[in-house]
Design a protein around this ligand. Sequence first.
Ligand code: GLU
Length: 596
Amino acid sequence: MRSVVVASLGLVTLAGFLAPPVHAAPVRPAPEAKRPVAEGYGGAVATVDLDASKAALSVLRQGGNAMDAAVAGAAALGVTEPYSAGLAGGGFIVYYDARKRKVTTIDGRETAPRAMTSTAFEGIPFDEAVTSGLSVGVPGSVAQWDTALRRYGTMPMRQALRPAIEIAEKGFVVDQTFHDQTEQNAARFADFTSTASLYLPGGEPPPVGSVFRNPDLARTYRELGIRGPDWLYGGALGREIVATVKKPPVRRGATRNVRTGLMEVSDLRAYRALERPPTKVAYKGLDVYGMAPPSSGGSTVGEALKILEALPKVGLHEYLEASRLAFADRNAYVGDPAYVNVPLEQLLSDGFAKERACLIGPRAMAHPAAPGSPDGSYAPCPAAAQGTPGASAGAVPEEKKEGPETTHLVVTDRWGDVAAYNITIEQTGGSGIVVPGRGILLNNELTDFTFGPAPGDPNLPAPGKRPRSSMAPTIVLKDGTPLLAVGSPGGATIITTVLQILVNRLDFGMSLPEAVAAPRASQRNTAATQAEPAFADRYGAELTALGHTLTDVPGPPAGEIGAATGLEFLENGRVQAVAEPARRGGGSALVVSPRR
Ligand code: GLU
């Protein structure tokens, strides 16, 4: 149902938004065309990849539910998008259980090994930390799949892994994105014997149009299905992962400084996926559910929405300013709640949002915005406060580079269950290290910790701690029933992409496909706002006149923010699944049946 109101766009015109986005340019026809939008009944799925969408759809067609299909889709993405997803990574699922009419989340975030200290990354150049054993977190995906299937699914893991095994065995056709991502990683992949032999056959990235097989991964999935998660969490596969982390298979003659990791089999044994309550905020009569800490996704999207709701109008200027303030608070207060006291309830409260909204005036506020005080005691708006940066803002920690790594999928089934699922191995290509003979890339998720020195930072490493994430799988309910689900990759830009899509859809009157395709900008309490070229072309002059500074989005791929997927429930049970028309090569939306 589209019962939302078109709000004022301020200086930025609605007509501008609804012009065809540059990203909607037709994509090259594939052998079997990927479609970014599909509508129908009986279940739907959207991922970045046709094979993965088909894998999830096949599970729905076999009678599986949305959780079964989400796991099947994620496992398939581990084959076809191995630089973004895999069983040696982690992720977050936000799930609407139609029978219980309840939203829950499953946290499969990686953890730091017990031997990790708060200074473990201090002084290490970021790029060196990425390609290392040190950055490999205890993998969470397999425990997450197991918990998700046991609590909410209907299938054993071995059945949910079947479509992925088939793709790994038979192979998939290499597209431009896979080729380019391999090429971007070629120098470091070449430095590990296991990675080079899998992803650089003959010393080169596999050519576009060739068929890529991963028989080792097929065997790994098959054996996992037979032996169960303990094979990883303490068993033989776990021992192989630990051995690889402690002694990465560096090519003889390589000059790269590859630091070794701290993971032990006992760390794997201690790992648990956690079911957590979601974050929840009311926005314009809807309920927006997101991922709670250790992700900052739900809290930051939620806080920004509450700030927007406290403003007299919502336009692009307000979107950027609300995001700036919410990021100041995210950086100051959000970390793993088992280690830091995250004031989540206050961050999402009306009182705090109103106090923060006072700082937003007609012009961009001075940089940087200081964090607020989510302490439960909130002052009314002082008349002179608008547009000021708040109290002494202090230094803002430099942000790490955000790329289009990670992936997001959405699934719904015939019963109305909905899964929004972010899965990741952190950087595109993770740590760059393949476990020999297993066909899986290890994650580098621990580089999501603050490297420091940063006394008091909520996201410093600690034994067993989960690094703060930005992943923001989101489900919106209207009157207790799902209306929308959305999510994206892109590091910290995930938060702004999800927020912008929600604002596009709920405030600016766009359809979901328009909201996903529209040009993006990302403001994360940095001096300049990153903007896609089409965004800068259209809105740059108006926003610059308000004191905003726009800057290019660094690549690769340059000029692109995110790669979203989403779905919306239209009238009379009709579902619309939505993927990107062009970003990251375009995504794939499928429905079980186009007709009722
Ligand atoms: N590691 C990132 C996070 O959890 C996700 C990967 C990415 O998209 O950068 O926020």
